[in-house]
Write a protein that binds this ligand. Structure first.
Ligand code: URA
Length: 285
């Protein structure tokens, strides 16, 4: 890996670089590049607040993968995995009540319709944030406590790491990616979303994908990956190559959930491989 690239990666992922000193001993150097990364890091290294739990510490949708897989420098989309008994509900058009069918709603109507749905104990829906005309859609699992409090996806520690990772490849929610979740309401007690919850919210994500028409969906974590790809394969198996979204001309790249990376920083180098692949796919779009 080129030195600059290595520095960028270490900096974005909040790791420390080690450089040989003139006397041959190893000297620890901060591999930070000046602002805005450093600014974000300063934020994220601050002590977590007491609400800084939630999906960031949810026991491990994303952690149940095998860490043995190595990412290949992959390129060509693999065939979509054979659908099996799936965690992903068949595409439906849910009844839209007075709004009309979900499949013909625009962004505004879709968001308003979601707000009328059963919140399943959550404080509010978390619809999504970012550039609706972006080429890249990031899909997580479900809101946690921070997201439930703010109505915005990925605003806790995991979200800050996600932002730093995106920043490292020239992406941000302010400019060129859209971020949402499989489930739009925080599951009670921060547990993994159950199949009924996934099914209830699926039409919204499906419509978001239709409206956005992205070139690439990045599924972060096991729940997002399995749901989007209609597969029960482990995250370790799905990660590292491009997949084809069922029934659409759309690539899906699977990567680790940032909450998992916070717990397992040793996997950040593989996450960096995934980021480079995202950057290549964006450049090719
Ligand atoms: N984890 C997720 O999967 N989504 C969020 O919005 C926050 C944490």
């Amino acid at each position: 890996m080129a030195l600059d690239e290595r520095k960028r990666m270490l900096s974005a992922l909040g790791l420390v670089d080690w450089q040989p000193r003139v006397d041959g001993a190893l000297a620890q150097t901060a591999s930070r590049v000046p602002t805005p990364v450093a600014a974000v890091e300063a934020q994220t290294t601050a002590a977590p607040t007491d609400v800084e739990t939630s999906a960031d510490t949810r026991p491990a949708a994303a952690a149940s993968h095998s860490v043995a897989e190595e990412s290949a420098p992959v390129p060509a989309p693999a065939a979509a995995p054979e659908p099996d008994e799936t965690s992903r509900p068949a595409p439906t058009s849910a009844p839209g009540d007075e709004f009309g069918p979900v499949s013909s709603m625009d962004w505004q109507a879709l968001e308003a319709w979601l707000a009328t749905r059963d919140h399943r104990g959550a404080s509010r829906p978390v619809f999504g944030i970012g550039a609706r005309d972006a080429d890249v859609l990031i899909v997580g699992e479900a809101p946690g406590a921070n997201e439930d409090a703010h109505g915005v996806p990925f605003v806790g520690r995991a979200g800050k790491l996600l932002d730093r990772m995106l920043f490292a490849i020239g992406c941000s929610r302010e400019t060129n990616v859209y971020i949402t979740n499989i489930c739009k309401f925080r599951p009670p007690n921060n547990r993994d979303p159950n199949p009924d919850e996934v099914a209830a919210d699926w039409p919204v994500l499906e419509r978001q994908i239709e409206l956005m028409d992205p070139k690439l969906v990045v599924a972060v974590g096991r729940v997002a990956a399995q749901t989007l790809l209609d597969s029960k394969a482990s995250l370790g198996k799905l990660r590292g190559s491009l997949h084809r979204y069922p029934r659409r001309e759309l690539d899906v790249l699977v990567t680790y959930h940032p909450a998992f990376l916070l717990r397992s920083p040793g996997q950040k180098a593989k996450a960096w491989d995934d980021l480079k692949q995202i950057a290549r796919r964006i450049a090719a779009a």
